[in-house]
Design a protein around this ligand. Sequence first.
Ligand code: HEC
Ligand code: HEC
Ligand code: HEC
Ligand code: HEC
Ligand code: HEC
Ligand code: HEC
Ligand code: HEC
Ligand code: HEC
Length: 448
Amino acid sequence: MFSLDGWWTGGRQRPVESVFGASKLALVAFLGAIGAGLLLPPGATAADEEGAACIKCHRDVTPNIVADWELSRHHEEGVDCSSCHLGDHKSADDVAKIETITAETCGDCHEDQFEQFSRGKHAFAWAALKAMPTTHWKPMELIDGMKGCGGCHKLGLKSKEEITKLKAEGSTFGHASCDACHTRHTFSLKEAREPEACATCHMGFDHPQWEMYSTSKHGVRHEMKRNGTLPSTAAAPTCQHCHMPKGDHEVRTAWGFLAVRTNGLAPYPGESEQWWADRVTILQALGVLDPQGNPTDRLGVVDQAQVARLTAESFDKERARMLSACGDCHSENFARAELEKGDGIIEQIDHLMAEAIRVVAGLYEDGILQKPESYTYAFPDLLTFHDSPTPIENRLFTMHLKHRMRAFQGAFHANPDYTLWYGWSEMVQDLTEIKAEAEEMRRNHGKR
Ligand code: HEC
Ligand code: HEC
Ligand code: HEC
Ligand code: HEC
Ligand code: HEC
Ligand code: HEC
Ligand code: HEC
Ligand code: HEC
């Protein structure tokens, strides 16, 4: 169930000799220069005529798609409908013949961005979703229908087989990845540079980066620049400034989503014994280590999908990249100290988290809770999300994915309220209630 084998075949969907051939970018620019769009130059190819036909008919069928495209750089450059949409569709009767657009379609002309994107975390979004046990217990509308988990995770790359399977189920769209930040059909650079481009996905329950950033001094200053209170040249970072420095599409952070790190199967250099013991407990509850502390199959997935940095070097590399971004505005000393405070918060919250996990693990150990059929071990499994079988485990899940997240993410996003009230404080409350509930379960055990 946890294998990522074959999730990405890397196979090109486009025929190599398609539309403009190999040096497409140059040729497209040339066509743009001689005023492409609707005015077909002498010697126009069949492809140009096809493009013009799409526009003519679609001005009636989908007028705002054509209007949007006309606002785009693509329009200026003569990249028209048929440059992206391949297939034999020519009228209302053959709509099913349109081929699915993938990141590779864009990659044919934007190789650098495609390569960077493919190496970064965004490329893994679909595979990571599919690797979760909880995914397979949810209504498919929420997953393959892209209405829940799938609606955000769709930006990940999909294997050819996956797309074929999805298409057979009726899914035609939502596989383009690159339209996540510069949306169709304007595909605008300016839009992608604003923090709102990230907001739809990076918000809410377990990753409220939008809420944290937009109310932090960083976000507030950025907003004040836009509304004219501060001059447009004033310093204020966007998400992109810190996470896509110089337009690098390879996104990845040092701690990652789950904020666990290792150096092989040993602690990151300099960590205390207590912190490492707490991390081991958390990794056990994530099913990455078994209850005896040995690696499981899930460790392989964590490694392949880059869920966590598993060597000190890979952690340090991302940390250095981030420090250099802070360094555009702050002193290195200041920035390093701020990031280390974030690390310190993780050490503290890991201690609360591990204690709560041990309380619930104790219930399994003492036979108060029985191993659910879907669990590999008689041990709490945080990856079952809210589908975990008991209220106490639901609480543990919330403590982990909602409150622990807020505590450290808030620290890194300069948001004191999230770090304290929505994060730390809620965790303390979770722990108190988990302990009380466990005691009551022990008292009641065998009585009913
Ligand atoms: C003679 C009219 C006509 C021409 C020419 C035409 N289309 Fe369409 N196209 C349609 C109609 C009608 C639909 C269905 C619209 C709907 O579902 O509301 C459609 C749907 C689409 C869709 C959406 C498919 C879907 O499943 O929702 C895309 C993409 C598309 N056309 C692109 C193109 C491209 C690219 C060309 C040129 C190669 C083109 N069209 C040429 C009439 C046309
Ligand atoms: C046939 C070639 C071609 C294809 C396919 C193509 N583009 Fe482009 N694109 C261009 C050219 C040419 C430019 C203008 C020069 C440049 O910025 O590289 C451009 C510019 C852009 C820009 C900058 C826009 C701006 O506001 O300055 C973005 C963003 C972009 N493309 C995204 C995409 C995405 C996303 C896809 C796939 C859905 C895609 N492109 C597919 C050729 C293409
Ligand atoms: C369509 C939804 C979507 C949009 C839009 C989006 N992201 Fe993401 N992002 C995700 C998902 C899903 C993941 C987790 C991917 C995975 O499985 O590893 C992610 C992961 C990340 C990570 C990696 C965190 C880690 O684990 O180290 C960073 C950084 C990130 N996004 C930044 C951004 C920024 C900045 C923007 C806007 C410019 C943005 N994202 C826009 C969905 C999105
Ligand atoms: C609102 C958009 C959104 C929805 C809905 C969503 N996710 Fe995510 N997911 C994200 C983003 C964004 C990240 C990265 C956040 C971060 O790194 O802080 C992420 C991260 C993850 C990760 C960690 C990936 C990694 O390698 O670090 C997994 C696994 C995951 N989500 C699974 C799910 C599942 C399962 C569901 C449905 C139950 C779901 N997500 C619903 C946006 C979403
Ligand atoms: C730069 C690439 C690009 C160009 C140029 C382009 N499209 Fe699209 N189009 C896309 C992408 C990407 C999607 C979303 C596909 C997906 O999610 O799988 C899309 C989706 C669509 C859809 C279906 C979605 C909807 O909102 O109804 C229609 C219809 C459509 N395009 C028509 C057109 C027409 C007409 C033109 C020319 C005026 C055009 N496209 C030009 C990339 C492009
Ligand atoms: C997470 C959001 C996000 C995703 C996903 C994304 N982009 Fe971008 N893209 C950006 C941002 C932000 C910029 C502007 C970078 C800068 O400021 O120079 C950008 C810039 C671009 C440019 C213009 C480069 C230039 O300097 O002219 C192109 C072309 C482009 N992206 C193509 C793509 C392609 C192709 C994909 C998919 C493989 C993609 N993008 C996916 C956010 C994104
Ligand atoms: C001032 C720089 C900065 C800005 C602005 C910023 N971030 Fe971050 N972000 C960080 C730092 C620092 C980390 C933690 C890095 C580490 O692991 O060492 C982080 C971590 C993340 C992560 C991984 C999980 C987490 O929250 O720790 C995601 C996803 C993310 N940021 C997305 C965003 C999004 C989306 C925005 C805008 C709404 C944003 N960030 C704005 C600096 C920034
Ligand atoms: C583009 C410029 C810019 C970048 C990049 C940037 N910051 Fe800032 N930062 C500011 C500005 C401006 C302020 C507001 C100054 C103030 O609070 O007096 C600020 C405030 C802060 C504050 C609040 C300080 C206080 O006095 O309350 C912290 C903490 C912080 N930044 C940390 C970071 C970290 C860590 C990074 C890198 C991950 C970073 N910043 C990146 C410009 C930036």
